[in-house]
Design a protein around this ligand. Sequence first.
Ligand SMILES: *[C@@H]1O[C@H](CO)[C@@H](O)[C@H](O)[C@H]1NC(C)=O
Ligand SMILES: *[C@@H]1O[C@H](CO)[C@@H](O)[C@H](O)[C@H]1NC(C)=O
Ligand SMILES: *[C@@H]1O[C@H](CO)[C@@H](O)[C@H](O)[C@H]1NC(C)=O
Ligand SMILES: *[C@@H]1O[C@H](CO)[C@@H](O)[C@H](O)[C@H]1NC(C)=O
Length: 413
Amino acid sequence: MLNTLTFIAFLLLALPGHSCPHVEHSRSFPSYNDALEIARSNNERRVTRQVSAPAKTAITNVRVFDGEKLLPLSTVFIEGGVIVPYASEATVVDGNGGVLLSGLIDAHSHPVSVEHLENFASYGVTTAMVMGCYPYDICHSLQNHPGLTDIRFAGQGAVAPNSTHALLGAGVPLNETITSPSQAPDFIARQLEAGATFIKMIAEDVGSPTLSQETMNALVVAAHAKGVRVACHAADYSAVDRALTAQTDQSHHVPNDFPLNSSLISRFVAQNTISVPTLSIFLQFDIGGRPDGAHGFDVATASAGALNAAKVPILAGTDANNVPGPFSLAFGSSLHTELELLVQAGLSTVEALRSATVLAAQHNLLFDRGVVASGMRADLLLISGDPIANISATRDIQRVWIGGVEYTTVSGN
Ligand SMILES: *[C@@H]1O[C@H](CO)[C@@H](O)[C@H](O)[C@H]1NC(C)=O
Ligand SMILES: *[C@@H]1O[C@H](CO)[C@@H](O)[C@H](O)[C@H]1NC(C)=O
Ligand SMILES: *[C@@H]1O[C@H](CO)[C@@H](O)[C@H](O)[C@H]1NC(C)=O
Ligand SMILES: *[C@@H]1O[C@H](CO)[C@@H](O)[C@H](O)[C@H]1NC(C)=O
């Protein structure tokens, strides 16, 4: 049962020409009660899992990636879960000349179980932005697992009645969907009360009922009034247009129909909207074979390259999910794929590394992480190769620390 749930803003289901999407995939989603059962099991894991306290650690002989370049060999100290200038009597870990990166951040994911957090952790993904949860219990049950990946969640995505995303899975109850701009402040307040730290809004593709432009605008205004940012699902050209008009902070996915051109890209630049292209899920769709036979990956890659050329900040996000079937995408390893795909799209290796570390932290207002520096959370990834020379070196993982606790495969479940 652990593997059968997700509340995914599932890109495939919003593709043009895919006329009856929710029928196709509805069997993949659990009932509300199954979801509660998964949450219960996650909470139980929190209790039974044995974690050592963050140790005083000295990681010697490492080249730190400082967000721009590799520094000469040095020692990094950890104490109390954070990076410190020096710690006496620390346990020494020889880095053997490897590279120390800030823990990776997946800016778009759909974990539902502790097992998914373990997958993330084992691949050095130490923070995951979770794009939605319904019921909220699922997200709550993934929080506060010391030594495992730290999640931040959006709560429930803002959707219109009868829209593609409202009908996913058990469906969003009608009274939780949004039909007018006046409902925006209450909707935002409900998500924040449930523990959300950012807002997810869905600009549906052509063919689905969707939020009106006025409602999208009002959601962004209401979110900003509360000091939180908005991530907008926008996976075709017109959806990106509406997301930009609404002044969303983050546009997630890129169009699958036309590559972004100067008319939209200049608007990203003018209003400081950033992009989370999620190329790895587009690749997965092409590999899995979409029912309509369309191929979105090349189009998506072109957009990512054009956005980067225009200096639009790009974050590495995957859409990792466990919906059974050909579009399921592994947690953790997919972020390394995303880095490779971003480099193929035209990012430099340094830009790709920044997209999963310092930029991902800044743009998600996570100011305690994203760089290897004193006072920051000790979320660290030790690899043996040089990721600036070859981005695939991020896969060569030696050790991972999360909040100062070294990740090791855990017993006690
Ligand atoms: C949603 O769909 C149902 C059934 O198809 C229909 O009765 C209802 O009027 C629709 N509601 C909206 C707001 O479109
Ligand atoms: C929607 O209805 C359910 C079930 O009656 C209730 O628990 C929930 O609070 C309602 N949501 C809103 C926003 O009123
Ligand atoms: C950008 O692409 C869209 C969709 O193909 C098109 O309607 C628009 O005219 C294009 N704009 C420019 C400046 O090329
Ligand atoms: C990067 O490393 C991978 C894995 O070792 C290798 O397959 C690939 O050819 C390398 N790429 C370059 C550009 O050297």
